[in-house]
Design a protein. Sequence first.
Length: 364
Amino acid sequence: MSKIKSIQDWTYNNGLDFTYLSDPKTIQYLTGFYSDPVERVLALIVFPEKDPFMFAPALEVEAIKDTGFPYDVYGYLDHENPWQKIAAHIKQRVATPKSAGIEKESLTVARLENLHRELQDVTFEADVTDYLNTMRLIKTPDEIEKLKEAGKEADFAFEKGFAALKAGKSEKSVVAELEYALKQKGVMEMSFDTLVQAGAHAAEPHGATSDNLVKENEMVLFDLGTVHDGYISDATRTVAVGEISDKQKEIYDVCLEAQLAAMVFVKPGVTAEEVDRVARDIIEKAGYGKYFIHRLGHGMGMSEHEFPSIMEGNKMVLKPGMCFSIEPGIYVPGFAGVRIEDCVYVTEDGCEPFTHTPKEIKYL
């Protein structure tokens, strides 16, 4: 539980009586237990010099104990007031708490108000989010191995998705086939909703898989990922159905050049914004700059989007063990969209991708 010890130290160093942690992914990172409580309350409360405790719906208590969590686990029934119970357990350890840390990016206003109603003398001003981001920034060798396994699953998903792709089929049917193949293999969880977008629909970078039918002579974008032992994959490939025009091929080639150049550039000592600039310069010089409308990449690990952002303005220096996506895209409304993405981990002298599906244009 050395990770929890780090939060204890942060709590102590900031002069706080306790830190209230409520993001399910944070709790998983610190304890090994994951559950999305939905409308119920799940929390890990950490004290500077006393043992922490977990607070959860009664139906989760035994599952938490089964993970080997060595401290107290308190449960509550649906008809009970969880905030009163949390406050009472806190006061068993600290009789008159005055200050607390929270995750400001994940704790809702309503839940903070409920906490404050029961702990009226406590100020909730300290934000532990940046410290947690720093803790999760450099992945351990064990985390890297889990991310590699998730990457292998994503490569398998691409293989099955490409095999399912044919003119006349809907985007949704292609997703159904590839996800069924994953479940047959024992991969039960996607890291986000699988995205298949055909033709002009792919020019909507945050669109959704639809009933749109795949047509001959257009490109199709696949964006997908799986969850392996709590760690995710996230990758994108764009393929061609039948023949494509010179313009479509040009867009693809520019995007691929940008993605490969950025991957070659990554190494310890360069900054996040420099990596973004390498890819963006290539796309801009080819005349497609206005169609690259998002950052180059985002951090990843237990969550699909983690710290840091690989984008203009981020002067963070890259270090070995950092993991993030490299995903340039060109989206021409009404015509076509291309994105090519690998998540990578920084090594001592470069980077290595978690996915290895070939990126030269594939004609199906």
